[in-house]
Design a protein around this ligand. Structure first.
Ligand code: AMP
Length: 578
C-alpha cells in the first residue's frame, strides 16, 4: 500500500474522511469529514484564524458561495480559469492533458506549456488513455472552464457561479470593507469557506476535489508606502525552490533566511517573503514535517492570470509534491478589474499631511463643435480628450490633437477643447491598493498533516499505528477509560471525563474492550493523552496518564488533572517534567 492509500484506509476506518453519498454510488471529488476529521479541520481552521486574523490584526468576513456572472467576467475567471482537457476517442473518458503528460514523462509542470505542445507530447510519447488504454495521439487538447454554473432564481436570465475561490467575495466588497477599515491602508480581510472547481479528474482523496475549504487572506497595501514587519521573520529559514533553480540543469532547493531571500532578490516581494516566513512557522506548529516541505516559485507560464509573482507551499506525500498554499502578489489587478466593470470606486483616499498645490491640465470641449463633427461619438471623444489631458498634456501643444477610440482616430482643433493648465490645491489622492494573498487549501493541509503524522512502531510485540499529531490539532485531547466497568471505576471515570470537558478539553470516554485495544484506538486517531481509572484511583485518588508517542505512563492526582493536561496540550509543560 502506498502512503496515500494507507492514509485513506485509516481515514475511512477511523472517521476522518470518506467519499460522500456512497449509498447512491457517490460523485467523484466530494468527501465528507467524519467526526475525527471535522474536529481536526476545525482545529486547523482555528489555528489559522489565530495566526492570520488575530495575531495579524486582520478582519474576517463570510461571503456567499454563489455569485452573479458579472463578478467572474470582471475577475477573469469566465475567460481564463481553464485546465487542459483531452478526451479519449475510444471510451470517451476525459483527462487532464497536462497530468497524463506528467504521469508518462519526467516533465514536471506541463500546465505551463501551450495546448499544442501538450498535444504533440501526447503523440510523441505514445501516451494512452488511463481508463481504457487506447492511444490519445491526435486527440485535441482543449481548454475546460472549471467553474460550476447555476441559475439564480427561476429561468436562465441570471446566470451565477459557485465561487472557484473565496477571494472574489472579498474583492467585490472592497468599497465597504475599506470604509470599515476607516480607509487606512494597510488592512487585511480573511475568509474561511467553501470553494468549488469542477476538476476534470479528481484524485488522491482530499488532494484534488470539487468542493473544498479555502482559508484566504487578502492584504490590501499601499504599494508606495507600506512595508511588512520583515524583522519579525527575518531569521526564519525558508526552503526555496526558485523558478531559476527549477530551470537550471543541476538546480535544487536552497535554504535561505527570509532576509537573505529578499536581499538576494530570490523572493521579489517583501510582502510575499514576510508571509513565507510567518507560514513556515505556522506549518511547523500544525504538524507539517519540515523535511518534506518547500516553497516553489511558479514558472512564468504557470502563473494565474492575476499574479505577478507566485510561490506555492508544497508538501511531499508518496514522493509527490502537493501544492498546499499559494502566495501571490496580485498587484492591483482585482480591484482595477472590478472598478472597470462595476463603475464603482475601488480606491482609498489618502489624505496628505498638508494640502499641496499642483498644476492640473483640464479640457472643456466645445460640444457645439464636437456634436455636428462626430455625431453619436461626440461624448466619447470628449471623454478621451479629458483622459489625454490628464495623461499627456503635451499632446495639446500643437494646433490639433488626435485621440484614438477603438482603432479609430478623431482629430480636433486644440482651441475647440478649451485646454488649460491651472494651479489647484489638493488635500490627498486616490490610491488603488495592491493585494498580497496567501491562499490555503484546508483539505490538502489536513491530508499532509495526517500523512506526516502517520507512524508505526512495535508495542508489546505487536505493530502499532499512531498519529503523532500536535496536541493542539488532535481531534481528541484526552481519552478517559475505566479499567473495568464496575466497582465505581466507571462512575469516577465519567466524573473525571465531565470535569475535563468542563475545563474545555476535547474528551472521549471509552469503556469497551481490553484496555490495550482502547489505547490503540486512541493512538490511531492521534489522541495525545489517555487517562485510566483503576482500583488505585478509587483508593488513592490518582490515575494513570499515558502519553501517545512514548506510551510512557505516570500516576497523577485527580486533583488538578485538568490543569496538568491543559498545560501538556499547550506545550507549557512536558510529560517528562511531571
Ligand atoms: P489556487 O487558487 O489554485 O492557488 O488554490 C489555492 C489553494 O486551494 C491551493 O494551494 C490548494 O491548497 C487549494 N486547492 C485548489 N484546488 C483544489 C482542489 N481541486 N482540491 C483541493 N484543494 C484545492
Amino acid at each position: 500500500m502506498s502512503e496515500g492509500e494507507r492514509l485513506t484506509e485509516l481515514a475511512k476506518r477511523r472517521g476522518f474522511y470518506f467519499p460522500s453519498a456512497s449509498a447512491y454510488g457517490g460523485a467523484s471529488g466530494f468527501w465528507t469529514y467524519g467526526p475525527q476529521g471535522a474536529a481536526l479541520k476545525s482545529n486547523v481552521e482555528d489555528a489559522w484564524r489565530d495566526r492570520y486574523v488575530v495575531k495579524e490584526g486582520h478582519q474576517e468576513i463570510s461571503a456567499p458561495t454563489v455569485m452573479p456572472e458579472p463578478v467572474f467576467e470582471a475577475s477573469g475567471h469566465l475567460d481564463g480559469f481553464d485546465d487542459m482537457i483531452v478526451e479519449c476517442g475510444e471510451c470517451g473518458a476525459t483527462h487532464r492533458a497536462d497530468h497524463v503528460v506528467e504521469d508518462a514523462t519526467d516533465i514536471e509542470e506541463a500546465e505551463s506549456l501551450p495546448n499544442e505542445e501538450v498535444m504533440d507530447l501526447i503523440a510523441d510519447h505514445g501516451i494512452e488513455c488511463p481508463s481504457c488504454g487506447a492511444s490519445l495521439a491526435g486527440e485535441p487538447v482543449e481548454n475546460f472552464n472549471l467553474m460550476f454554473e447555476t441559475n439564480i432564481g427561476p429561468g436562465t436570465s441570471s446566470p451565477g457561479y459557485l465561487r472557484p475561490e473565496t477571494a472574489q467575495g472579498i474583492f467585490v466588497e472592497f468599497p465597504q470593507l475599506s470604509e470599515y477599515a476607516r480607509n487606512q491602508l494597510p488592512f487585511g480581510v480573511a475568509q474561511i469557506g467553501k470553494a468549488y472547481r469542477n476538476e476534470i479528474s479528481p484524485r488522491k482523496s482530499l488532494v484534488r476535489v470539487r468542493e473544498f475549504t479555502q482559508a484566504e487572506l487578502e492584504h490590501f497595501v499601499d504599494p508606495e508606502e507600506d512595508e511588512p514587519p520583515l524583522d519579525e521573520v527575518a531569521d526564519v529559514t525558508v526552503p526555496l525552490y526558485s523558478a531559476a533553480e527549477q530551470q537550471a540543469e543541476d538546480g535544487g532547493q536552497r535554504d535561505l533566511t527570509v532576509r537573505e531571500a529578499v536581499d538576494e532578490g530570490v523572493v521579489a516581494s517583501e510582502w510575499v517573503a514576510y508571509y513565507l516566513g510567518v507560514s513556515k512557522r505556522w506549518y511547523e506548529r500544525i504538524g507539517v514535517d519540515m523535511d518534506r516541505f518547500r516553497y516553489r516559485q511558479h514558472l512564468a507560464g504557470e502563473r494565474a492570470h492575476y499574479a505577478s509573482d507566485c510561490w506555492d507551499a508544497e508538501s511531499e506525500v508518496d514522493g509527490d509534491w502537493i501544492e498546499i498554499t499559494g502566495f501571490a502578489y496580485r498587484g492591483d489587478y482585482d480591484l482595477s478589474k472590478h472598478a472597470e466593470h462595476s463603475g464603482e470606486d475601488f480606491t482609498v483616499f489618502k489624505q496628505y499631511d498638508e494640502p499641496i498645490t499642483v498644476e492640473r491640465a483640464t479640457v472643456d470641449p466645445d460640444m457645439s463643435y464636437l456634436g455636428p463633427e462626430f455625431g453619436g461619438d461626440a461624448q466619447r471623444v470628449a471623454d478621451a480628450l479629458e483622459a489625454l489631458a490628464e495623461r499627456d498634456p503635451s499632446a495639446f501643444d500643437a494646433d490639433e490633437v488626435t485621440v484614438e477610440i477603438d482603432d479609430e482616430s478623431y482629430t480636433v482643433p486644440v482651441e475647440q477643447t478649451n485646454f488649460s493648465v491651472d494651479e489647484v490645491t489638493e488635500s490627498g489622492e486616490h490610491v488603488r491598493p495592491h493585494v498580497v494573498e496567501p491562499s490555503f487549501g484546508v483539505g490538502r493541509i489536513i491530508y499532509t498533516v495526517l500523512a506526516h503524522a502517520y507512524e508505526t512502531d512495535e508495542v508489546d510485540g505487536e505493530e502499532r499505528t499512531y498519529l503523532s499529531l500536535p496536541p493542539e490539532q488532535a481531534p481528541t485531547t484526552v481519552g478517559v477509560f475505566p479499567l473495568m466497568d464496575k466497582d465505581g471505576m466507571d462512575d469516577l471515570a465519567r466524573e473525571i471525563a465531565g470535569d475535563l470537558r468542563s475545563a474545555g478539553l476535547a474528551v472521549t470516554y471509552d469503556d469497551s474492550g481490553a484496555i490495550g485495544r482502547r489505547y490503540r484506538r486512541q493512538d490511531e486517531v492521534g489522541t495525545p493523552y489517555c487517562v485510566t481509572v483503576d482500583y488505585e484511583a478509587l483508593e488513592e485518588g490518582t490515575v494513570t496518564v499515558r502519553e501517545r508517542d512514548t506510551t510512557e505512563q505516570k500516576r497523577l492526582p485527580v486533583d488538578g488533572l485538568a490543569e496538568t493536561l491543559e498545560q501538556l496540550s499547550t506545550g507549557d509543560r512536558t510529560f517528562d517534567d511531571l
